[in-house]
Design a protein around this ligand. Structure first.
Ligand code: ACM
Length: 618
C-alpha cells in the first residue's frame, strides 16, 4: 500500500543519450589545443602501423596495447618502406623525425579518416600516444574507432609528481608498477618513493643489512585513527616488507619506459626510528633500546649528526645513487624534533665548534653535509620545507608542504620549488568527502574540486621567481591505507585533477567540463583497467534540503556507462532499486517530507556514497 502510494508520487522520463565528451574529447589532462573534426578512423587488421624509431618506448607501449586488445598488427620500421610513412593510407604513424618545432615534452596528434600521425621527440611522442590511447574506442577485439581531431600539446610544468609512502604500509612491486601505469596515463613524470620512515625501512642496502633485517619489521600496528578513540588498541600482528635492489632496478626500468623518473626518499634526520633500530650507533644514545614505530605521528629519537652517522648515510646514498639514475635524491628533512640533540653533549659541542646558532642550525648543518656528498656526483637534493630553517643548503630544491610559505621563501632565494601543500588539496590522504560512508583517513578535506582548483604559482612572486616553481606533486601518506585498493581509492579520481594542475595551462582549466564530461569518461577507462577508484556522487543532486511540492532533477551518473539508483523509502539505495533514466520527477504531498536517496552504481559493481536530498513540503 505504502509502496504504491510512493510510486504514484514519481514519474520518470526517459531520454537516451551518448556520453558527452565535451570540447576536450574526454582527454585528461586537457591538452593545450584540441580541434575536433567530423568523422572517425577505423583501426583494424588492415591498418599499417609505422614507426621511424623502433627502439622508442612508445613503440613497445603501443605494441603491448595492440596485443592486449586483440590486434595482430605488426609495427613496421619506416626506413624499410618504399614510401613516405605520411603518404600511407589507413595507417598509424609514430614519428620522432619531424620538422615541427615542438616544445619540450610536446607533441602533435593529427587524426584524419585515413591516418593517425603522432609527432614528438622523446617524452613528447610517448605523451602523444597516451592522448591517442585515451581516444581509442574499442568496438571489439581487434577493431577500434577514433574521432578525427588535431591536438597540439605540451606541459605547463616539467616536474609533475606523485608520491607514495611505503613505510607506513608496504606495497609489492606489482602494485608499484600498476601505480606507475596510472601515472603514465595522466602524464605524471616523477614518482617520489618514500622508502624509509619511523614505521619501516623498505630498501635493501647491501653494505648495511640490518636496515632491512631489523628495520623493516614492526611488532604490531596501531588500529584506527591515531588521534581518535582506541589510542591504545593495536593489531598484535607483525608487519614487514622491503624491496630488494633487483626489484628496485626492475621498477626503475619500468618507470623509465614510461618517461617516469623515480625520486628515492631516504628520510633524515627525523622520521628515523627504523634506521636507529637497525643501527643504534646512528642515534644520540646508542645504549638505548629502540624499536620500529608501531603508531603514527612524530618520534623524538632521530639521527645524531656524528661522523659515524654521515659515514653510514653516505654509504647508503652511494648504493641509492647506483639504483636510481634520477638526478634528484630526496633527503626528507621534515618534522625533526630537537629533544635528543638538546640532551646530547656531543650535539651541543658541535653547535659551539661549528659556530651554529642553535639546533635549527644543526639541522641545516646535517642537510648541507648530505648535500655536499650528493652534489659530488652531480645529484641534487630535494627536502621538505623545514630545510629552510637554519639556512637552506646551497643547491637544494624545496618541497613546500606546510602551505606555500616555504615555497615562496625558497623561490625568493632563487631555489627551485615543488609545490605540494596540504592546504591546496595535494595531500591525497585527506578525506574526499564529509560523508560518514567515507573510509578511515587522516582527516582533512580535499574533495576533487579542491585539488582541481589549485594553482601552484603564487601571485606574490615576481615573474623571475615564478620560474623557480618547477612543478607540483600529490602526496600519498599511507598510515590509513593498508591495501593497494585503498591507495587506488584515495588516488583516483584526484590524480586526474592533479594531472591537470600539473599539465594544463591555467587558462585551459575548466572544472565543469572536467567533472561532467571528462572524469566520467576516464573513470570508465580506469574501471576497465581494474583500478579501485572512488565513485563520485551522482551529478545534478546534492546533500541538502529543498522546499516545495514538485521537483524535477536532471541526475547524471559520475561514471560513463553507470546508473543512478534511488529510494524514497528511507533505505539505502542499491542496484535493485529503481534507476533514474534521465529526469526524475518527485511530487511531495502537502505537509509531508520525502528523503530522496541516490547512488551511482558502475558496470564493474562499484557504488558511490549515498546522496540524501530532503524534499520538504511542510
Ligand atoms: C610531511 O607531510 N611530513 C612532509
Amino acid at each position: 500500500m505504502k509502496k504504491s502510494f510512493l510510486a504514484a508520487l514519481m514519474a520518470l522520463a526517459f531520454t537516451a543519450g551518448a556520453q558527452n565528451l565535451g570540447n576536450n574529447l574526454g582527454i585528461v589532462p586537457a591538452p593545450v589545443s584540441v580541434k575536433s573534426a567530423k568523422g572517425h578512423i577505423t583501426i583494424n587488421s588492415e591498418t599499417s602501423i609505422i614507426a621511424d624509431s623502433m627502439t622508442h618506448p612508445a613503440v613497445k607501449f603501443l605494441n603491448d596495447f595492440l596485443k592486449k586488445n586483440g590486434f595482430s598488427n605488426v609495427i613496421v620500421n619506416a626506413s624499410t618502406m618504399g614510401k613516405k610513412p605520411t603518404d600511407v593510407k589507413n595507417a598509424i604513424v609514430l614519428q620522432t623525425k619531424t620538422s615541427l618545432n615542438l616544445p619540450s615534452e610536446g607533441y602533435e596528434l593529427k587524426i584524419s579518416e585515413s591516418q593517425v600521425l603522432i609527432s614528438g621527440h622523446g617524452a613528447g611522442l610517448f605523451y602523444g600516444l597516451m592522448t591517442f590511447l585515451q581516444m581509442v574506442n574499442l568496438e571489439k577485439k581487434g577493431v577500434a574507432t577514433v574521432q578525427c581531431a588535431t591536438i597540439n600539446d605540451a606541459p605547463r610544468f616539467g616536474y609533475r609528481g606523485l608520491h607514495l609512502d611505503v613505510s607506513r604500509h608496504f606495497f609489492p612491486p606489482d602494485f608499484i608498477k600498476k601505480y606507475l601505469d596510472l601515472m603514465a596515463i595522466y602524464k605524471l613524470n616523477y614518482f617520489h618513493w618514500h622508502l624509509t620512515d619511523d614505521q619501516g625501512w623498505r630498501l635493501e642496502i647491501k653494505k648495511y643489512p640490518n636496515f632491512t633485517k631489523n628495520g623493516a619489521t614492526r611488532a604490531q600496528t596501531k588500529v584506527g585513527n591515531f588521534s581518535g578513540n582506541n589510542t591504545d588498541l593495536f593489531d598484535n600482528t607483525e608487519y614487514s616488507g622491503f624491496y630488494t635492489q633487483e626489484e628496485v632496478k626492475d621498477i626503475v626500468a619500468y618507470a623509465a619506459e614510461r618517461y617516469i623518473n623515480v625520486v628515492p626518499e631516504i628520510e633524515m634526520p627525523g622520521h628515523s626510528m627504523a634506521g636507529v633500530t637497525a643501527y643504534p650507533v646512528m642515534s644520540c644514545d646508542p645504549n638505548k633500546k629502540y624499536k620500529v614505530g608501531e603508531t603514527w605521528g612524530v618520534y623524538t629519537d632521530v639521527y645524531c649528526p656524528s661522523d659515524t652517522t654521515f659515514h653510514i648515510l653516505g654509504d647508503v646514498m652511494d648504493e641509492v645513487m647506483d639504483m636510481f639514475p634520477c638526478k634528484y635524491v630526496h633527503i626528507g628533512g621534515d618534522e625533526c624534533p630537537k629533544d635528543a640533540w638538546k640532551q646530547s653533549a656531543f650535539c651541543q659541542q658541535l653547535i659551539k665548534d661549528s659556530l651554529l646558532r642553535d639546533e635549527a642550525g644543526l639541522q641545516s648543518y646535517f642537510i648541507r653535509r648530505m648535500e655536499r656528498h650528493l652534489n659530488k656526483t652531480g645529484h641534487k637534493i630535494i627536502g621538505w620545507d623545514e630545510i629552510l630553517e637554519g639556512g637552506l643548503a646551497p643547491n637544494a630544491t624545496v618541497m613546500s608542504w606546510r602551505g606555500e610559505e616555504g615555497g615562496i621563501a625558497a623561490a625568493q632565494l632563487n631555489h627551485d620549488v615543488i609545490m605540494t601543500p596540504g592546504s591546496g588539496g595535494l595531500y591525497l590522504d585527506h578525506a574526499q568527502s564529509k560523508s560518514e560512508e567515507e573510509p578511515l583517513s587522516i582527516g582533512g578535506f580535499a574533495p576533487l574540486s579542491k585539488t582541481y582548483s589549485y594553482n601552484p604559482v603564487p601571485a606574490t612572486l615576481t615573474a623571475d621567481q615564478q620560474k623557480h616553481i618547477i612543478g607540483v606533486q600529490g602526496n600519498v601518506w599511507t598510515e590509513y591505507m593498508a591495501t593497494p585498493e585503498k591507495v587506488e581509492y584515495m588516488v583516483a579520481p584526484r590524480i586526474l585533477a592533479l594531472s591537470e594542475v600539473a599539465w594544463t595551462p591555467q587558462s585551459g582549466k575548466d572544472y565543469n567540463d572536467f567533472s561532467a564530461n571528462r572524469v566520467p569518461h576516464q573513470l570508465r577507462i580506469l574501471e576497465t583497467k581494474g583500478y579501485n577508484y572512488r565513485v563520485p556522487e551522482p551529478m545534478g543532486i546534492a546533500d541538502t534540503t529543498l522546499r516545495g511540492e514538485s521537483f524535477t532533477f536532471d541526475i547524471q551518473p559520475s561514471v560513463e556507462g553507470a546508473a543512478v539508483h534511488y529510494t524514497i523509502d528511507g533505505f539505502t539505495p542499491r542496484e535493485t532499486d529503481m534507476a533514474v533514466k534521465n529526469k526524475l520527477k518527485v511530487t511531495v504531498p502537502k505537509g509531508k517530507q520525502i528523503e530522496l536517496k541516490t547512488i551511482v552504481t558502475t558496470p564493474g559493481g562499484k557504488r558511490s556514497n549515498v546522496v540524501k536530498t530532503v524534499l520538504d513540503n511542510k
